[in-house]
Design a protein around this ligand. Structure first.
Ligand code: TXA
Ligand code: MG
Length: 328
């Protein structure tokens, strides 16, 4: 069992030391919980891959305290500075050319590194106290549902790590948006996430390159973002994704099937019908998505039939995760 620590100054000081000397810590971010290690310590980073059972060709994100900490580990350009000024700290990750001090294991041997500055107040304080960048992928076993509470991390990885910093439930509930900024004239979305792409486009005053929402195995993106696998974020229970679920569809459900709706239905429904939000607000749906999938996974249904979110804003990230969860 891992020890779940409250975010007080003493615990943050201890965790900094633990990380400095090669330990792994479950950490809260505003998106999902991460599994953190000193990014400049290749042995500590190797343990991340071991604990998650993640293939070593899937590189890690480095977390920094702000734009000033970036020059140390990557080549920063004016576009990255501009977007950081607007969106950092926050759920936006950049891919930029890496500097030599970033170990190869972090970047899976690529010439680029993914970097982000988290807005979670407790994790942000920890990162600020560390004089090294923190490598942290989501703290789930490879391809399983990402964790959005300290208890989720404990349930999946508690037997393999010593400490989890408890920062409460994650506000966003889906991972950061990743953009490749290596070519300033051609910024490119590699992963839909908690920061709507439309917000980036508004800031830049133009549209940017992005994956086709429905193409769950976009090979060009897989090549650029090695972790963008078609099957990911998956419950053990098979999940089928549908455009919508009508009252007739709900009536036709078998007892061993669960329905997962985007918002609370207005009609009376059976005990095997679940929903992600009361209001239908995309931010609520995203915030509850992974916790609800974990809950349903524990209930022993033969199948989960889930309904798609609207295909805009945060809905693109929600549908991306549901599509990957449904991939067999
Ligand atoms: O919200 C988040 O981003 C969370 C929290 C913990 O920060 N982290 C997260 O990390 O989602 P992870 O490892 O689960 O997903 C990172 C993705 C992977 O698909 C990986 O392949 C991609 O980022 N990535 C990392 N470095 C890259 C690089 N140099 N070039 C392209 N893709 C990269
Ligand atoms: Mg992940």
């Amino acid at each position: 069992m891992a020890k779940i620590l409250q975010p007080n100054e003493e615990n943050l000081r201890e965790l900094r030391k633990f990380l400095l000397f090669g330990g792994l810590v479950g950490v809260p971010t505003e998106t999902v919980y991460g599994l953190a290690a000193n990014a400049l310590d290749p042995e500590a980073c190797a343990k991340i891959f071991e604990v998650k059972q993640r293939p070593t060709n899937d590189p890690l994100i480095c977390h920094v305290s702000g734009i000033d900490a970036l020059d140390d580990i990557c080549e920063v350009n004016p576009l990255a500075r501009r977007l950081a000024k607007r969106f950092w700290p926050g759920p936006l990750t950049y891919v930029l050319p890496k500097k030599a001090k970033v170990p190869d294991i972090v970047t899976a041997g690529l010439g680029s590194v993914a970097v982000r500055c988290s807005a979670h107040p407790d994790f942000h304080r920890l990162v600020e106290q560390c004089d090294f960048p923190i490598a942290a992928p989501s703290a789930n076993p490879f391809a399983y549902i990402s964790p959005t509470t300290a208890q989720h991390v404990e349930a999946s990885l508690g037997s393999r790590i010593s400490f989890i910093l408890d920062g409460g439930p994650c506000a966003f509930g889906v991972e950061s948006t990743i953009v490749d900024l290596r070519d300033e004239s051609l910024p490119r979305v590699l992963r839909y996430g908690a920061l709507p792409v439309e917000d980036i486009e508004i800031e830049l005053g133009r549209s940017i390159d992005k994956p086709e929402p429905s193409d769950d195995a976009d090979e060009s993106v897989q090549h650029l973002a090695p972790g963008a696998l078609p099957k990911h974020y998956s419950p053990r229970t098979p999940l089928e994704l549908r455009g919508g679920l009508s009252p007739q569809d709900l009536d036709a459900l078998a007892d061993d099937q669960a329905a997962l709706l985007i918002s609370k239905p207005s009609q009376a429904v059976g005990a095997n019908v679940f929903w992600l939000s009361e209001s239908g607000k995309l931010s609520d749906i995203a915030a509850h998505l992974y916790a609800k999938l974990r809950e349903l996974d524990e209930l022993g249904f033969r199948q989960i039939v889930a309904e798609e979110a609207p295909e805009l804003g945060l809905g693109l990230a929600i549908n991306d995760r549901l599509r990957r969860a449904s991939f067999r």
